[in-house]
Design a binder for this molecule. Structure first.
Ligand SMILES: [Fe+2]
Length: 176
């Protein structure tokens, strides 16, 4: 690993010119890119929280519906896991750091953690609420996205909203 010093002991920084990193010129100004990335960071935190909650319920669900719920939750957490990556990488493309710690997610997420032992129906209800919370967060980013003509983010948000609204409907249907 480089120590940042040349063999003579002098700082390599002093003798080398700084590398010029090209700026971001995609037709969206810096303030708009930051606003959209902040919204996407909330979406990332919600999506990660819902991922973890769904995986938790995959492990801990009990009752006569065990097999079908265990498998359904697995399908859902796998889909959420892939979405987390797509959202984080869009934040990076807009020039902001992607949050990736439990501390950051606890601060940014609108989805509360599951507490205590829950029945299968309580788990399903919490997942409906979680899926709908992610939709609301995604929808709240649209005004900034629309005014900046940020079509790639609009496309990502539209896809996420479609998945979450459909999943909320499917989960809700299990409750009669
Ligand atoms: Fe599993």
């Amino acid at each position: 690993m480089s120590t940042g010093k040349s063999s003579s002991g002098k700082s390599a920084k002093a003798s080398k010119p700084a590398k010029a990193v090209p700026g971001i010129h995609i037709g969206i100004d810096e303030k708009a890119r930051k606003d959209i990335a902040d919204g996407l960071s909330r979406l990332l935190a919600d999506t990660f929280s819902l991922y973890l909650k769904t995986h938790n319920f995959h492990w801990n669900v009990t009752g006569p519906q065990f097999n079908s719920l265990h498998l359904m939750f697995e399908e859902q957490y796998n889909e959420l896991w892939l979405a987390v990556d797509a959202i984080a990488e869009r934040i990076r493309a807009l020039g902001s750091p992607a949050p990736g710690s439990y501390t950051a997610y606890a601060k940014l997420s609108s989805i509360p953690e599951a507490k205590g032992s829950l029945s299968a129906d309580e788990m399903i209800s919490q997942l409906v609420e979680g899926q709908e919370a992610v939709v609301r967060t995604a929808r709240s980013i649209f005004p900034a996205v629309d005014s900046a003509h940020d079509e790639p983010t609009a496309d990502l948000l539209t896809q996420r909203m479609q998945v979450h609204e459909k999943t909320a409907w499917m989960l809700r249907s299990l409750l009669g």
